[in-house]
Ligand binder design. Structure first.
Ligand code: CMC
Length: 486
């Protein structure tokens, strides 16, 4: 941890090279902050305290120390991590030191998951045991199955997935720190490992169930003799074929590569949610439900679904220029483009283009690919997109592959979240194993009303029901109906 020192007067004496000096011009006070791994601790700034300026709001808390404001975490690191590194300027991604291209080509999803979670590639016997454990934790309790079955046929599969994981917490009291003691995962590492294999094992079963509800078919029991992605495809697709039925190995392999590509991506919206929620020491099932909910949004893992809806809306190549014009007028978003970290290229999207061709060979060419290519080519030539460094991200192509493979649109985010569980669990474990877990509790800068006294309702000024008081969000007829009932 970097150490900050304070002095009353800024000096010109030589400072340690690996530090910065910050001068608070309100007071003349300076602090030297050590730079570690090209980062400084935000807490150092809390030493910069000043008296309130004339007329300053007391809610600024100025005498209590300077705050660092970074909405949306544009430049604030939440953790120190040993798991994944992204060089956004070069379009480079590696897990535990291994470049993603090598893992996509040579590894498998379960092996990559082990690497992410435990830090090293497994030996042969470790991999066998790891795979065996996961594939023998695929069954979902009967009563949980019944609960899942109650979901409506048109439920979004992500809603089913999130609900199932949330409920799973109720089915594992032995894994619940609220019941077993708050230090459960700090002290009981075998129990932690057991939850890791249970979560990875059950994820595909729950995913397949979310799909089977959709098509109004009974759930298919998992098969432990198949690979991870084969088993997922089997549970989704098995109907009246003999039990020896196996999904097409080329599609299972393509899905496995996609799973490797999605396994982790450092501090994105959902993984940071996992770390944030996990820091409270709640059980990992609740953490996974929360992280999955964060992934579901269209700006994150829901983008692969949004891309196809966008391409379908564009319809054909000749409509591309009009659509791009609307994007530039900020009337539309170009889904599958842009990234907070990558500024040149997303290395996963290159691999994914190759997987797309693999899948098209088996399933036929997805007709929307022509629109996708024309849209990408036009955007990459347009100054609006190049100047903002916008280019296709992983979701731009993955949706086309999933569509060609026959998955329904709203299942796409499930195919993102299932593999991402490896990354969630790796970060959850890293946090709890670090011995430095502290509850995540961001600060805020309060810009609301100052202190004021309560006014009884009779004494308040009359205001219309619609207008700036926000009540216009409530449909009028409902308020009227409720009033009538009263
Ligand atoms: N279409 C049109 N304009 C865009 C897009 C886009 N997809 N992405 C960014 N911009 C514009 C944005 O409006 C802004 O313009 P201006 O400077 O005129 O205000 C500029 O580019 C900078 O963008 P930003 O808002 O600072 O970017 P961000 O880092 O906050 O957001 C993003 C990143 C991925 C949410 C955003 O690029 C986006 O909404 N993309 C579409 C959704 C998407 O594909 N999401 C999947 C992300 S990759 C997988 C994952 O990690 O989940």
């Amino acid at each position: 941890m970097a150490i900050a020192t304070a002095s009353a007067v800024p000096t010109s004496v030589l400072k340690p090279k690996n530090s910065i000096t910050v001068i608070d011009n309100r007071t003349g006070k300076s602090i030297d902050i050590e730079i570690t791994n090209n980062s400084i601790p935000a807490t150092a700034f809390s030493q910069l305290k000043a008296p309130y300026a004339d007329g300053e709001r007391p809610e600024n808390d100025t005498p209590y120390g300077l705050r660092v404001l970074d909405p949306s975490f544009i430049n604030t690191a939440m953790i120190q991590s040993e798991i994944t590194y992204i060089d956004g300027n070069k379009g480079f991604l590696m897990h535990r030191g291994y470049p993603i291209e090598q893992l996509a080509e040579k590894s498998s999803y379960l092996e990559t998951a082990y690497l992410l979670i435990y830090g090293e590639l497994p030996s042969k016997s470790q991999l066998d045991l790891w795979s065996w454990e996961i594939m023998h934790h695929t069954f979902v309790a009967d009563d949980l199955q019944q609960m899942i079955r109650q979901m409506r046929y048109d439920s979004h599969p992500m809603s089913v997935f999130i609900s199932a994981f949330s409920a799973m917490s109720a089915f594992a009291p032995e894994a619940n720190p609220a019941l077993q003691g708050s230090d459960l995962y700090i002290t009981n590492k075998p129990l932690m490992n057991k939850q890791i294999v249970r979560i990875l094992g059950k994820a595909t079963t729950v995913a397949a169930m979310a799909y089977r509800i959709r098509i109004n078919r009974p759930f298919t029991p998992p098969r432990s003799d198949l690979s991870y992605t084969e088993n997922l495809l089997y549970m989704m697709d098995h109907m009246a074929e003999p039990n020896s039925y196996r999904p097409d190995p080329r599609l299972a392999k393509a899905l496995d590569i996609l799973f490797v590509l999605h396994a982790d991506h450092e501090m994105n919206c959902s993984t940071s949610t996992m770390v944030h929620v996990g820091s409270s020491l709640v059980d990992p099932y609740s953490c996974v439900a929360a992280a999955s909910a964060a992934l579901y949004g269209p700006l994150h893992g829901g983008a692969n679904e949004a891309v196809i809806r966008m391409l379908a809306k564009i319809g054909s190549v000749e409509n591309v220029p009009d659509f791009l014009e609307r994007v530039k007028q900020k009337k539309e978003l170009l889904f599958g483009f842009g990234h907070r970290v990558y500024r040149e290229t997303d290395p996963r999207s290159k691999v994914i283009r190759e997987v797309a061709e693999m899948v098209f060979e088996v399933c036929g060419r997805e007709p929307l690919i022509e629109v996708a290519i024309a849209l990408k080519d036009a955007a990459l030539k347009d100054e609006y997109f190049t100047s903002r460094k916008l280019f296709p991200n992983v979701d731009y192509w993955s949706g086309l592959i999933y569509k060609a493979m026959g998955f329904p649109l709203d299942f796409f985010p499930v195919l993102f979240v299932v593999p991402r569980l490896a990354g969630y669990l790796a970060h959850w474990k890293q946090q709890l194993d670090s011995g430095k877990n502290k509850i995540s509790r961001p600060r805020q800068v309060y810009v609301g009303k100052g202190r004021r006294d309560y006014i009884p309702v009779e004494a308040r000024e009359e205001r219309p029901i619609t207008g700036k008081n926000g009540l216009n969000a409530i449909p009028h007829y409902i308020s009227k109906r409720r009033l009538t009932k009263i």
